[in-house]
Design a protein around this ligand. Structure first.
Ligand code: SAH
Length: 211
C-alpha cells in the first residue's frame, strides 16, 4: 500500500485515480489499489517524469508508448484477475501494465519484441520490487505455450485479427483482452466458454501496432 507521507507523488496518484479512473467507472478495489501503489514515474523516461500522471500515453522510446492510466486500469479490470491468477501479457513496453497486473495476480508472463525495451523493463520492475514476473524477448503473438493455459491474456498493441495461438492458450472461463483494428481500433474481450468463444466490443482505443 502507498504511505501518503513518504511519497512525493502520493497526492498526484490519488488525484489521478479519482479523476481519471474512478470517475470513468472502474470500481474493482484490487485494480484501484494497484493503480495507487505502482509508481508510474519509475516506468516513464526521465524527461517525461513530470507528466507521469497525465491523462494520456507517453513516449518510452523506440517509437513505443506507455499506455494511458485509464486504459491500463480498464484492461486490468476486464481481465477479472484474482490473487491466484496466472496472466500472459503481450507487449511489455515500459513494464507499467506488467506491474499493475503483478499487483493483482499470482504470476505474470510478459513478452516484448524489442530487446532494448525488455531489458529496460526488467530493470525497472526489479527496482520497483516486483518479483512475480517472468520476461521474455520475442514475438508475443505466439504466446508462451510452455506456460499455457492462462487465466487471462492481455495484449497492449493492436492487431488486425486475433492471433490464433493466444486463443489456444486461453483456459476455460478465461479472458483475452485485446485491441483490434488498423485505421480505427476497438478494445475486445474474448471469453473461452464451454460452448466456444464469446466476443464483446468494449470501447474505441488507440494503440501502437502489434508487429
Ligand atoms: N503495456 C505497455 C505498452 C507498450 S506499447 C506499457 O504500458 O508500457 C506496446 C508494446 O508492444 C511495444 O513495446 C512494442 O514493442 C510491443 N510489441 C509490438 N509487437 C509485438 C509482438 N509481436 N510481440 C511482443 N511485443 C510486441
Amino acid at each position: 500500500m502507498t504511505h501518503r507521507g513518504d511519497d512525493p507523488w502520493a497526492a498526484l496518484v490519488w488525484r489521478m485515480v479519482a479523476d481519471q479512473i474512478v470517475s470513468r467507472g472502474i470500481t474493482e478495489p484490487r485494480v484501484l489499489d494497484a493503480m495507487r501503489s505502482v509508481k508510474r514515474p519509475l516506468f516513464v523516461p526521465e524527461a517525461e517524469r513530470a507528466r507521469a500522471y497525465e491523462d494520456g500515453p507517453l513516449s518510452i522510446g523506440r517509437g513505443q508508448t506507455i499506455s494511458q492510466p485509464y486504459i491500463v486500469a480498464l484492461m486490468t479490470e476486464l481481465a477479472r484477475l484474482d490473487p491466484g491468477s496466472r496472466v500472459l501479457e503481450v507487449g511489455t513496453g515500459s513494464g507499467y501494465q506488467t506491474a499493475v497486473l503483478a499487483a493483482c495476480a499470482r504470476e505474470v508472463f510478459t513478452v516484448e519484441l524489442e530487446p532494448e525495451l525488455s531489458a529496460r523493463a526488467a530493470r525497472t520492475l526489479s527496482a520497483a520490487g516486483v518479483t512475480n514476473v517472468r520476461l521474455r524477448t520475442g514475438d508475443g503473438s505466439l504466446g508462451w505455450p510452455e506456460e499455457a493455459p492462462f487465466d487471462a491474456i492481455l495484449v497492449t498493441a493492436a492487431a488486425a485479427d486475433v492471433p490464433p495461438a493466444l486463443l489456444d492458450q486461453l483456459g476455460l472461463g478465461s479472458r483475452l483482452v485485446i485491441p483490434l483494428g488498423t485505421t480505427s481500433q476497438n478494445l475486445y474481450v474474448f471469453t473461452r466458454e464451454a460452448g466456444g468463444i464469446r466476443r464483446e466490443s468494449v470501447i474505441p482505443v488507440r494503440f501502437v501496432p502489434l508487429r
